[in-house]
Design a protein around this ligand. Sequence first.
Ligand code: BJ8
Length: 384
Amino acid sequence: MVEDSIFLRSLDLFKDAFPGRINQILKSKEDGKKIVGTLCLYVPDEIIYACGADRVILCGGRSAPIVAAEEYLPRNLCPLIKSSFGSVIDQKCSKTKSCPHFGLVDLIVAEATCDGKKKMYELLDKYIPTYVMDLPQKPENQNALEYYIKELDSLKDVLEKLTGNKITDVLLRKEIKSANETRRLLHALYELRKRDSPPIRGTEMLKVLQQMHFLAPDEFRKNLVLLLDELKVKKRESSGPRIMISGCPMASGNMKVPEIIENRGGLIVVEESCTGTRAFWDLVDENKEPMRALAERYLKIPCACMSPNDRRIAQILQLAGDFNVDGVVYYTLQFCHGYNVEKYRVGEALKQSGIPLLSIETDYSGADSEQIKTRVDAFLEMLE
Ligand code: BJ8
């Protein structure tokens, strides 16, 4: 529960940013800038910005576009994949202007992660040119890093061809420095969440993180600074059983489970997720050759598409300790086999550390909300 719910004005900067950002992208296009769409953390933003393009995230978190997507894709497929595809093909979506940025994208830079996404990208290419970057599936293999560097080099070529601009080491270093600044600010925010009574709730933090790959980096960073300043002067305290949410990403529009957790009295103190720590935890080494440094950092992302994924287990245990977590809500989207299967190993590791786990597998509909509330209530009661 939030004991002192003093309103944070700077949160509105993230919440209300959508129309301004769309105008900004339209203006960029008029000025001849190329717009690149991405759907995964393994595509380094630094390379996209170094070639003078703008970037928007295209991961769908809303249920509305799924109906249109199911005319092409099987029903038993991850809702994030269907929502993303539906947002591109759904004419109603562009008419209502709920996601006009999808229609402004010149090139999608996709990635070979889960099977559902890979096959969806083949269909997506009919609507927006889609380049699929390959990834090593076993990041600890001795050739994995060199292979990833080669893939990033190919991506660099594709982007240089798209924009007509050369990506130099100087430009890459500048982008790496800026991205690291953003990561440091997010670390500073997460430090505040380690407090006994954190000044910001998980649902508030999530709305910030959902804007991380949508807003222009300068604007996102500027808003983070304002949020940090506001948190320093306003006395806000939150309480309740301390929860880590761990698992699939929660793209913009998808707030069902975190809202239920916090509305029922839990307090989310950390998200082990791509809308959470996986997006910013590791920094890029600014002293190394830029493409190698980028490859080293991005290959460390502990996604369940990788095997084995020991790094994720270790990180979950580390975060649970650092953030003094009482329990973990393991969040998977339906038909996301990677995160679903990995749940067993995460559960075993947490059991050994005496940390309880509640597993929730869900989609973007509200059909299971009541059932989730009942299970969350029982879990929170057990933790208290
Ligand atoms: S780095 S988590 S953003 S792939 S689409 S894997 S939910 S079945 S999004 Fe992801 Fe990159 Fe990994 Fe992160 Fe499962 Fe759905 Fe696949 Fe998904």
